[in-house]
Design a protein around this ligand. Sequence first.
Ligand code: EPU
Length: 422
Amino acid sequence: MDSIVVKGNGPLNGQIPIAGAKNACLTLMPATILSEEPLTLTNAPRLSDIKTMTQLLESLGAEVSSLQDGKVIAMSSHNLDNHIADYDIVRKMRASNLVLGPMLARLGHAVVSLPGGCAIGARPMDLHTYGLEKLGAQIELKDGYLHAKAPGGLKGAEMELAFASVGATENILMASTLAKGTTVIKNAAREPEIVDLADCLRAMGAQIEGDGTPTIVVQGVDRLGGATHAVVTDRIELGTYMLAPAIAGGEVELLGGRIDLLASFCEKLDAAGISVEETEKGLKVARRNGRVKAVDVVTEPFPGFPTDLQAQMMALMCTAEGTAVLEEKIFENRFMHAPELGRMGANIEVSGGTATVHGVERLKGAPVMATDLRASVSLILAGLAAEGETVVNRVYHLDRGYERLVEKLSNVGAIVERVPGV
Ligand code: EPU
C-alpha cells in the first residue's frame, strides 16, 4: 500500500484550486436513476468514491461516461435492468445506499445491501426507511439486504426526521420527486449538498421548495427529464486546505472558495487568529503573527461546525496556545486520529465524545496510520508543520476524498511525496 511522506517545511504560499464536492456528486449521480433522459454533471471531482458509484450505477444498467479527464460525468439510465445493489459494492462505500430512493421511485422496487458500520460509527439506515415507508414503501430486511417495494407507486406524505440526517434527506427527497401529491420533510438536513441536489432535481423538472431550510416541500411530478448540472464546491476540501497555511504559516488563496459554505468554520478560524479574506477568485487564508489561539469546537449539522472538519481542526489545535475542547456530536467514534497525533507529540485526552487538546509548541514527525478519510488528511496537515518526517500509511482513504493532494500541496511549497507500497 502506498504511503505519503510529509516534511515540515515552513510557510506555504500560492493558490490551491478546490474541486467539486464529493458528497454532492455522490448523491447527484444516483439522481440519474430518476429519469430516462441523460444527466450530465460538470465540475465533478476525480476520486475513487466516484469510481465506486460509477461501478454501482453500471451494475444497475445505467451508462456512465467519464469525460474531460473525469471532470464531466455523462449518465443515462434509459435501460435499467437490475434492481439489486450488491453487498460487494455497498460495503466499500456507504453512499451506495443513495440508490434506494431513486430506484424505488422509478422502478417500484429495489434491493439494496445494508452497508454495515464503518470506522467512524454504526451509521444505521432507520431514518431512510422511516421516510420511504411514510411515502408508502414496504421495506423488509432479509439476508443483510433491504427489500423495498411500492406496488401502487409512492405517495406524498408529511414526515419529521428524528435527526437531520444528510443521507436520509437525500434519499427521501429524490424518491418524493416522483411520488403522487405533496411531500413535506420536516427537520430536513440543510447542508449545501442538499441544496445542490435540489437545484439539479429542479433542472430535471422536479418541484421542490424550502431546500436549505428545515422544511422541504415537494410536489410530485409524473416524470423527470434530462439536465446538465455543475457540482457545488467541496466545502470540506476547501476547509482542509484553509487549514494548511493556518498550521504551517504563510498565505494561500483557495480558488472557488466561498465563506457561505463554511461560515461557522471561518468564525472559529478568526477566533484562533487566522485571517480569512474574500477575493475575486475565492478565499485567501493567512497566518502571520505567532501561534494560533486555542478555540473550542462542537460539531453539528449545517450550519454548525462540520464533523468532516473536526479531525483537521484538531491538527491545528495541537500546536495552539492554550487548551481546546472538541466535542463530536455527529458520529460516536470519530477521534481515531487523536492517538495518531499523539505519536507526533500532541497532548490529547479523549473521553467519550470529547477531546481535550493541550497545545504544544511543535509536533514531531512520526510514522502514523490513517484510519478514515478525514483522519488521514489531519495527519498530513499536522506533518506540514512538524519537525522532521511524517509517514502516513494506508493512504487509499485519501484517494476517496482528495484529488491530486500531493500536487495541490506541493504547488504551495509543501514537501509531500507519495511513495508506492511494496
Ligand atoms: N443516522 C441514523 N440513522 C439514519 C441515518 C443516520 O442514526 O438512518 C445517524 C448516523 O449514524 C450519524 C448521524 O445520523 O451518527 C449523521 O448521519 P448522516 O445521515 O447525516 O450522514 P451520512 O449521510 O451518512 C454524510 C456524509 C458524511 C458526513 C455526514 C455528516 C456523504 C456521502 N457522506 O453522511 O461524509 O460526515 O453526512 O455531515 O454525503 C466524509 O465525507 O468523510 C463523510 C463521512
